[in-house]
Write a protein that binds this ligand. Structure first.
Ligand SMILES: *Cc1c(COP(=O)(O)O)cnc(C)c1O
Length: 410
C-alpha cells in the first residue's frame, strides 16, 4: 500500500474505491507482493534444484492457490482437506506435500490414494505404513532436530516437548523400522516453527539433517521447512534471506557431492509469501472516549484477525481515509464481546467515525483463522493484480450461518 497524490493505493487501485465496491470488513491481497516474495526467495539460492512449496494453511483461498501455482510453486499441506483444495487448484499430486500431525492412519491412506507426497512424523504411523505399503510408496520423514527457534512458544515446534516430528535422538529406532519394512525414504524434512530470525539456526538444523541423511540411500530432496520472519513493526528484524541463500545454498551443494547425487532443496514458506501482501480493511463504527483512553471501535474483531489477541502480534494500523489528519493516540478495538484489541496506544491520523483503517500484514493466518464467533459473518476477500481488483470470496450471509444447522424442536 502506498500513498499516491494524497490517497492510498494498493497494486495501482485506490483503496477507498475497493472498500466502496466490496464493503468492509474486507481482506485484500496484492498479487505483486506475493510474486515479489517468491522471486526474492528463489533468487537468494544458487542451487539449480530448488523448490518452494507454499504452506497453504497461511491463506487457502483457491484463487490464491492458483496464483501461487502459476508462479511455479509446489504446495505444502497439513490436512486432507488442504490436499483436496490443492488438487482442485490444479497442483499435480506429486507436487503436493502432505505433512499431517496426529492424524489417523486412514487419512494417510487417503493421501496415498490421491497420489501425494506423504511426510510421516511419528514412529507408530511409520510402522503401520511399513506393514501396509512396504516399498511400494516412497515417503518423506519429518525429523525434529530440537533446535530452539521461534519468537513465540505457541509457534515454536522444535523444542524438546514439541509434538512435531520424529526426534533426532530416535534415529537408530527410525532406521530399524525403515530397514525391517523395506520402506523407501525419498525425503527428509524439518520445520522448527515460525519466526526464525537467524540464518545460523537453519544451518544448525541443516547439519543435523545432513548427518541423518547418510542413513537413507534413496533421498531425492531435503525440505528445510519455513519459519522465515517478516516485518510486522518498523523496528522488527527479518530473516536475512540473502545470507541464508548464500550460506545454506553452498553447504547444500557440498552435501550433495558427499551424498553422491544432486538432491532438491525445498522450503515451505507460508507467512513469507503472503503476510505482507494482505490487509484487513475495517470501518470505524464509533469513537469512544473513556476517562483514560480514546477507543476506535471498528466493524471487525478477533473473529476476523485473531493474531493480536492469540499471539500478542503487532499489526501496524493506518487510517486510510484521513492521510493528512493530525496524529492522535487511539486504542483500536473490535466489536466482539471479548477484549479484542487490535492495537494499544497507536498514533493514527485523526480517526473519525466512518473512517477506514488498514490492518497491515494480514495476509497470513488472517482469514484462514477467522471464525463466526458472535454469529458474525466472515469477510469477503479480494485479490488485486495488474491494476484490477478481483472478488475471490463473497461475504457470508445469514443463510451461510444456518447452512449446516438442523432446526429441531425437542
Ligand atoms: C505452518 C507450516 C509452515 C509455514 O510456516 P510459516 O511460518 O507460515 O512460514 C511450513 N511447514 C509446515 C510443516 C507447517 O506446518
Amino acid at each position: 500500500m502506498e500513498l499516491v497524490n494524497g490517497q492510498y493505493q494498493l497494486g495501482g487501485v485506490a483503496v477507498l474505491d475497493i472498500c466502496n465496491e466490496f464493503g468492509t470488513p474486507l481482506y485484500v491481497y496484492d498479487g505483486a507482493v506475493i510474486e515479489q516474495q517468491y522471486n526474492k526467495l528463489m533468487n537468494a539460492f544458487p542451487n539449480k534444484n530448488m523448490k518452494i512449496s507454499y504452506a497453504c494453511k497461511a491463506l487457502t483461498n483457491i484463487s490464491i492457490l492458483k496464483f501461487i501455482k502459476n508462479l511455479g510453486a509446489h504446495l505444502d499441506t497439513v490436512s486432507i482437506q488442504e490436499v483436496q483444495l490443492g488438487l482442485k487448484a490444479g497442483f499435480e499430486p506429486q507436487h503436493i506435500m502432505y505433512t499431517p500431525n496426529c492424524v489417523g492412519f486412514d487419512e494417510i491412506q487417503k493421501a496415498v490414494n490421491l497420489g501425494v507426497q506423504v511426510n510421516i512424523d511419528n514412529i507408530s504411523i511409520l510402522e503401520q505404513f511399513g506393514h501396509f505399503y512396504r516399498d511400494t510408496y516412497p515417503i518423506c520423514i519429518r525429523i525434529n532436530p530440537h533446535i530452539m527457534a521461534g519468537g513465540n512458544k505457541k509457534i515454536s515446534t522444535g523444542h524438546i516437548d514439541s509434538k512435531f516430528g520424529i526426534s533426532i535422538y530416535q534415529l537408530r529406532h527410525l532406521e530399524r523400522v525403515v530397514a525391517s519394512n523395506n520402506i523407501k525414504v525419498n525425503g527428509l524434512h524439518m520445520h522448527t516453527g515460525s519466526d526464525i530470525l537467524d540464518a545460523d539456526v537453519f544451518l544448525r538444523g541443516a547439519e543435523i539433517l545432513f548427518e541423518a541423511a547418510k542413513s537413507f540411500k534413496d533421498l531425492e530432496f531435503i525440505d528445510f521447512g519455513s519459519g522465515f520472519k517478516v516485518k510486522y513493526s518498523a523496528d522488527d528484524n527479518t530473516t536475512d534471506i540473502e545470507e541464508l541463500g548464500e550460506k545454506l545454498g553452498a553447504r547444500f551443494d557440498e552435501f550433495c557431492k558427499e551424498y553422491g547425487r544432486d538432491l532438491t532443496i525445498v522450503f515451505e514458506p507460508g507467512k513469507y509469501l503472503v503476510s505482507e501482501s494482505g490487509y484487513l480493511f475495517v470501518s470505524t463504527n464509533v469513537i469512544k472516549q473513556t476517562t483514560s483512553t480514546v477507543f476506535a471501535g471498528v466493524d471487525s474483531g478477533q473473529n476476523h484477525l485473531i493474531r493480536p489477541m492469540m499471539y500478542d502480534a503487532y499489526h501496524h494500523i493506518t487510517n486510510v481515509s484521513n492521510p493528512n489528519g493530525t496524529q492522535r493516540i487511539y486504542t483500536v478495538v473490535g466489536y466482539i464481546c471479548e477484549t479484542d484489541t487490535f492495537g494499544w496506544d497507536r498514533k493514527l491520523n485523526e480517526v473519525r467515525e466512518g473512517d477506514i483503517l488498514a490492518l497491515h500484514n494480514a495476509g497470513a493466518y488472517g482469514y484462514s483463522m477467522a471464525s463466526n464467533y458472535n454469529s458474525r459473518y466472515r469477510p469477503a476477500e479480494v485479490l488485486v493484480y495488474h491494476g484490477k481488483a478481483h472478488l475471490i470470496r463473497r461475504r457470508e450471509t445469514f443463510d451461510d450461518l444456518l447452512s449446516t444447522q438442523m432446526e429441531v424442536d425437542v
